[in-house]
Design a protein around this ligand. Structure first.
Ligand code: COA
Length: 256
C-alpha cells in the first residue's frame, strides 16, 4: 500500500489521510485505488463505524494529479478514480471530512458525498474544471445546484473561481469553520460522537438522508464521466493543463 495515503483505524474511526504534501496531496491513480479499497473495507469491517477523510494541517488535496491527466488519463469504466467515486457514493459508513488549505477539483466535489464537513478558516475550495477545458465530475453537476441553488452553482462551476471556507459554510457545503489548527481535532471529536451511536441506526439514517439520490446520481456521474473523458483529450484541456504546469497563462483565443 502506498504511503501517499495513510489509513489508520482506532476507536471505531478509520482515518484516511492524503499524504503527498510536496504535491499538495494531488491524487494519482494509485492514491485513488488505495482510498477506494479503504472505503470498501470500511463497510466490511466490524471495527469501523466512521470514516474520517483528511489531508492534514496544510492542505486537503489539489485534486487530480495534472501529470496523470496529461500522460495517464483514465480509460474505460473500471479505473481507480471511478472505483473511488463509486465507493464514495456507495459506502454506508458515515464520512466526516476535515479540510485545511486547498481543496481543488475532486478535493471539493468529494465533500458533496461526505456526511459532515469541517474546514479551517484558511481553507480555499475551488472547482476550476471549466478553466481546465473540463466539465464537473463526481456528480457535482447534480448535487451542487441541489445543495446551494442553481445560480450559486453556476457561479462556482462556470466562473471556476476559488472561494473561502466562510462562503462554503454559508452555502452549506461545510458544516462549520474552525481555527486551522483545530480542524482535525474538531472533526475527530465529531467522528468519535458518531462512532458511539448505534451503528445500524446511523447507517440507516445516512441511507434515508440520501434516499432517492442513487439512480439519478449514478446516471449523472456516467454522463459527466463520458464528457470528462472526451474533454481530457481535447486541445482546450491540453492547452489549459500545459499552461499550469509551465506556469503561464493559457491562451484559448485559438479555439472556436
Ligand atoms: N497535479 C500535479 N501537481 C500538482 C497539483 C496537481 N493537481 N497541484 C499542485 N501540484 C504541485 C505543483 O506542480 C508543485 O510541484 P513542484 O514543486 O514540483 O513545482 C507543488 O505541487 C506545489 O504547488 P504550488 O503550485 O507551488 O503551490 P501553491 O501553494 O502556489 O498553489 C495550488 C497550490 C493547488 C493552488 C496550485 O498548485 C494549483 O492550482 N494546482 C492545480 C490544481 C488543479 O488544477 N487540480 C485539478 C483540478 S480538476
Amino acid at each position: 500500500m502506498s504511503n501517499e495515503v495513510i489509513t489508520e483505524i482506532a476507536d471505531g474511526i478509520m482515518t484516511v489521510r492524503f499524504n503527498r504534501p510536496e504535491k499538495k496531496n494531488a491524487l494519482t491513480q494509485t492514491m485513488y485505488g488505495t482510498v477506494a479499497e479503504a472505503l470498501q473495507s470500511a463497510d466490511e469491517r466490524d471495527d469501523v463505524r466512521v470514516i474520517l477523510l483528511t489531508g492534514g494541517g496544510d492542505c486537503f488535496t489539489a485534486g487530480n494529479d495534472l501529470n496523470d491527466f496529461l500522460n495517464n488519463p483514465p480509460r474505460g469504466e473500471d479505473t481507480p478514480v471511478s472505483r473511488f467515486l463509486k465507493g464514495l457514493t456507495r459506502t454506508r459508513t458515515p464520512i466526516v471530512a476535515a479540510v485545511n488549505g486547498v481543496a481543488v477539483g475532486v478535493g471539493t466535489t468529494m465533500l458533496l458525498h461526505c456526511d459532515l464537513v469541517y474546514a479551517g478558516e484558511g481553507a480555499t475550495l475551488h472547482m476550476p474544471f471549466v478553466n481546465l477545458g473540463l466539465v464537473p465530475e463526481a456528480g457535482s453537476s447534480l448535487l451542487l445546484p441541489a445543495l446551494i441553488g442553481q445560480q450559486r452553482a453556476a457561479e462556482l462551476l462556470m466562473l471556476g473561481e476559488p472561494f473561502d471556507a466562510a462562503t462554503a459554510e454559508r452555502y452549506g457545503i461545510v458544516n462549520r469553520v474552525c481555527a486551522d489548527a483545530e480542524t482535525e481535532s474538531v472533526a475527530q471529536g465529531v467522528a468519535a460522537r458518531l462512532a458511539a451511536k448505534p451503528p445500524e441506526a446511523l447507517r440507516q439514517t445516512k441511507d434515508l438522508l440520501r434516499h432517492g439520490q442513487g439512480e439519478r446520481l449514478r446516471e449523472r456521474m456516467q454522463l459527466e464521466s463520458g464528457h470528462f473523458t472526451e474533454r481530457l483529450k481535447s486541445p482546450e484541456a491540453r492547452e489549459a493543463m500545459q499552461a499550469i504546469m509551465e506556469r503561464r497563462q493559457p491562451d484559448f483565443s485559438q479555439f472556436s
